[in-house]
Design a protein around this ligand. Structure first.
Ligand code: ATP
Ligand code: MG
Length: 390
């Protein structure tokens, strides 16, 4: 191993990578919608995907490009205080268009942007809604267009529901606005079943599926070559296929790969193999363990029952292996699909959606000495993957 120049890969969360792999169809659709009139359905889009599938990055990449095209972009996440964040960012990002700031009337003080920000922190959500509404109307009257993004959607967040109502009002008034949402499958499914904000059901849903391996290869190659190194073609193909097209895994494998080999010779399959081994451990810590911890014991059991198959599993065989009714098994299956861990290949057949998690579960299932005589659940619990009491 040698000391290499700055690593261009970014295995963190929310960081737009050096080269974005795939997602061009979704990006094109959104920009098609922004170029079109306010009624375009692509202007209300929800990105859905498991942890590390690239939701935040996609929102960020789109808003950067939209801001370059002159859109006023306002990012937020669904949590308490989001309305105040939106009001503040809306004000800040449209300062050049607001003269004088129209919001000062609403909160009853006549002051500049800095003063407004201080005042808003204490403001009641009703005032914040009024501020956002008034600013958006003012901006749209002056030919501005506004793109809102809300990450980590959460139907239980009152401020988020209030904001969705407000957005719906903007749409009714035909204002030049757009709203992009992103969330975990479980969050989005709760959202879609919420009667209070049923308007969301009409938004376009875009699942962040695995990225095609061809696109992954392109992104890896671009990142490696444009940062001054080379990679052999079989090594590149191995790195791409080991990522399973999972966004976070692409960055992790790339990151460890960058630390291998020598500066002068191209990266080889042996380097990739080492990088894969290191990346797996990190995937375990940051994706698999948190995901499994969110599941109920019966849901983990369902996954364990799937491990007996080399390809897709039949849902009736799983119910049989678990000794539960088809109805119970299908409830477990629905939740696992919502979590983005498995997917339905076709009616009655499921397979793992999250790459490498089956391999991880298999290792856990067979590696431990604790395995003798204990259930898979107990083994995961004993290894700290699942809490003992649930
Ligand atoms: N299209 C992509 N191509 C390559 N790398 C990507 C892509 N999208 C995301 N990444 C990388 O994947 C990692 C995770 O992305 P991101 O934080 O957007 O995931 P997320 O779906 O928002 O996860 P979470 O649900 O935990 O918030 C980041 O390191 C990012 O650089
Ligand atoms: Mg995110």
């Amino acid at each position: 191993m040698f000391k290499q120049s700055a690593n261009p890969f970014t295995p963190t969360f929310g960081h737009v990578p050096f080269a974005l792999a795939g997602r061009t169809d979704y990006i094109d659709d959104v920009f098609g919608g922004l170029a079109n009139s306010p009624g375009d359905p692509n202007r209300s889009t929800i990105f859905v995907g498991p942890r590390g599938s690239g939701k935040t990055v996609l929102l960020t990449a789109i808003t950067r490009e939209a801001a370059d095209l002159g859109w006023v972009c306002v990012d937020s996440s669904a949590r308490a205080g989001m309305l105040s964040t939106i009001a503040r960012r809306l004000q800040k990002n449209s300062e050049h268009l607001l003269t004088p700031p129209p919001l000062s009337d609403v909160v009853g003080v006549q002051m500049g942007p800095a003063g407004f920000t201080r005042r808003m922190r204490d403001a009641h959500p009703k005032d914040e809604i009024a501020c956002i509404e008034e600013t958006v109307e003012y901006l749209c009257e002056h030919d501005a267009c506004i793109l809102f993004t809300v990450d980590e959607v959460d139907a239980t967040c009152k401020e988020f529901c209030d904001f969705v109502d407000l957005y719906q009002y903007f749409m009714r008034k035909d204002l030049d606005v757009a709203l992009l949402l992103a969330g975990l499958p479980s969050q989005v499914s709760t959202l879609l079943s919420d009667e209070g904000i049923s308007f969301i059901r009409r938004a376009f849903q875009r699942p962040l599926d695995r990225i095609p391996l061809f696109d992954v290869e392109q992104a890896l190659l671009e990142t490696i070559e444009q940062n001054g190194r080379e990679i052999e073609s079989d090594a590149l193909a191995l790195a791409a296929s080991a990522s399973g097209g999972f966004a976070f895994a692409i960055q992790l494998i790339g990151y460890y790969l960058w630390r291998q080999g020598s500066a002068t010779s191209p990266l080889q399959t042996a380097d990739v193999q080492q990088a894969i081994d290191q990346a797996k451990q990190e995937m375990e810590r940051s994706i698999f363990v948190p995901t499994l911890r969110e599941l109920r014991p019966r849901e983990v059991e369902y996954l364990c029952a799937m491990l007996k198959d080399t390809g897709p599993s039949s849902t009736s065989s799983i119910a049989h292996r678990m000794g539960v009714s088809m109805t119970n098994a299908s409830n477990l299956r629905r939740r696992l699909i919502e979590y983005g861990v498995i997917r339905e290949v076709r009616m009655g057949l499921v397979e793992f959606e999250m790459p490498l998690i089956d391999e991880y579960l298999r290792t856990m299932d067979s590696s431990s000495n604790l395995s003798r005589g204990s259930t898979p659940l107990e083994r995961y619990q004993s290894r700290g993957v699942l809490p003992l009491e649930r």
